[in-house]
Design a protein around this ligand. Structure first.
Ligand SMILES: Cc1cc2nc3c(=O)[nH]c(=O)nc-3n(C[C@H](O)[C@H](O)[C@H](O)COP(=O)(O)O)c2cc1C
Length: 366
């Protein structure tokens, strides 16, 4: 049996050994955006997970674009130097390629870390002013953002470009823009959060305009051979919100702007949304985007089993799968999946003696 999950895929000039991606995961463990020793440990571990690509967490392109005080950033020389050092160490020992998700949290910024409640920061917690397409809060008890001016939009667009250049210098193999989960770029596209009366609000074409301007500006500085993609929403899970048809339109526009892939996620645009907790819940949206937009498509969300992941790829529903919590729970998930599907993945030489081919104990595992 030849595994579809373990077949290679090419994004621009980047060859990925298989279709498994470690989903970006905020670690809330940076200091003014600067990566810490935790990032060495976390990313070092996941670059040896068997996934072909590890995407570094949502990384704020400006200080106020971070979700929390602990979020990673790429807006200073210190941020860039620390990230470059982490990536260099991961490359020395890890087998995966390394991507990064560039983000601006918009109206969901200035929040506490999940283990501190994931709420809007209180006056004593050093909160900061948030910005968004419209002055509408994410939910009750959230900051009311300031509606972005033309100057804000220019500054943030330039910050995405500058962060992309820093990421390239720091040594990444791929870049993705965070256009999902209710953060700034998604909040422009969604009619739930964008009520602007200028040329950036109203129709879907107008709401997509700013994220597309950002994507085009970033594409202009990212070498053609380096994959540039975006995580977008398959649905807002809200009446009157974005739908899978809108995701297709957005994905087509991103493709026309020169992007190489999209990742289909969903939810997060308002505290009213109640996404279902179900395996493969984003897969139908990804399938539609892949079919109708004709762009390399990844999906994510409650994918945890090797056969489950294999079926998504083998049945042509997505080109790649991203796993988040399953990778934290089992940081060698890809090794186990390879064994289960009769495939092979590279291991660092220090761990080669644990390969099932040479370690009889593998047969005794539950
Ligand atoms: C600890 C943690 C941090 C996350 N941070 C990010 C992030 O930085 N960017 C992002 O797009 N999604 C983020 N997510 C969402 C995941 O990437 C993923 O889309 C979601 O967890 C569903 O996938 P799963 O069921 O495999 O966990 C995070 C999830 C977790 C568990």
């Amino acid at each position: 049996m030849t595994s579809a999950l373990f077949s290679s895929i090419r994004l621009a000039d980047l060859e990925l050994a298989n279709r498994i991606v470690v989903s970006p995961m905020c670690q809330y463990s940076a200091d003014d955006g600067v990566a810490s020793e935790w990032h060495d440990s976390h990313l070092g571990m996941l670059t040896n997970s068997g996934a072909a690509l590890v995407v570094v967490e949502a990384t704020g392109v400006e200080r106020r674009g971070r979700i929390t005080h602990g979020c990673l950033g790429l807006y200073s020389d210190d941020c860039e130097a620390a990230l470059a050092a982490v990536i260099a160490r991961c490359r020395r020992y890890g087998t995966a390629k390394i991507g990064i998700q560039l983000a601006h949290a918009g109206r969901k910024a200035s929040a506490s870390r999940p283990w501190e409640g994931a709420q809007a920061l209180k006056p004593g917690d050093d909160p900061w002013e948030t910005i968004a397409p419209s002055a509408i809060p994410f939910g009750p008890n959230w900051h009311v953002p300031r509606e972005m001016t033309a100057e804000d939009m220019e500054r943030v667009r330039d910050a995405f470009v500058a962060a992309a250049m820093r990421a390239i210098r720091a040594g990444v193999d791929a870049i993705e823009l965070h256009g999902a989960h209710g953060y700034l770029l998604h909040s422009f596209v969604s009619p739930i959060s964008n009520k602007r009366g200028d040329g950036y609000g109203g129709s879907l074409a107008a709401r997509m305009r700013y994220p597309l301007e950002v994507a085009q500006a970033v594409r202009a500085v990212v070498p053609k051979g380096m994959p540039l993609g975006a995580r977008i929403t398959g649905t807002d899970w809200l009446d009157g919100g974005l739908t899978a048809d809108d995701a297709v339109t957005f994905a087509k526009a991103l493709k026309a702007a020169g992007l190489d892939f999209v990742c289909i996620s969903s939810g997060g645009v308002s505290s009213d949304a109640r996404p279902p907790v179900a395996a493969n819940s984003n897969v139908p949206f990804a399938e539609q985007v892949k079919r109708e937009a004709g762009i390399a498509t990844r999906t994510v969300g409650l994918i945890a089993g090797s056969k489950q992941a294999e079926a998504i790829i083998a049945e042509g529903k997505a080109d790649m799968v991203a796993l988040a919590r399953a990778m934290l729970d089992d940081p060698h998930w890809g090794w186990r999946a390879a064994h289960a599907l009769g495939a092979d993945v590279p291991r660092p030489k220090q761990y080669q003696r644990s390969a099932p081919k040479v370690w009889p104990g593998a047969a005794y595992r539950d």
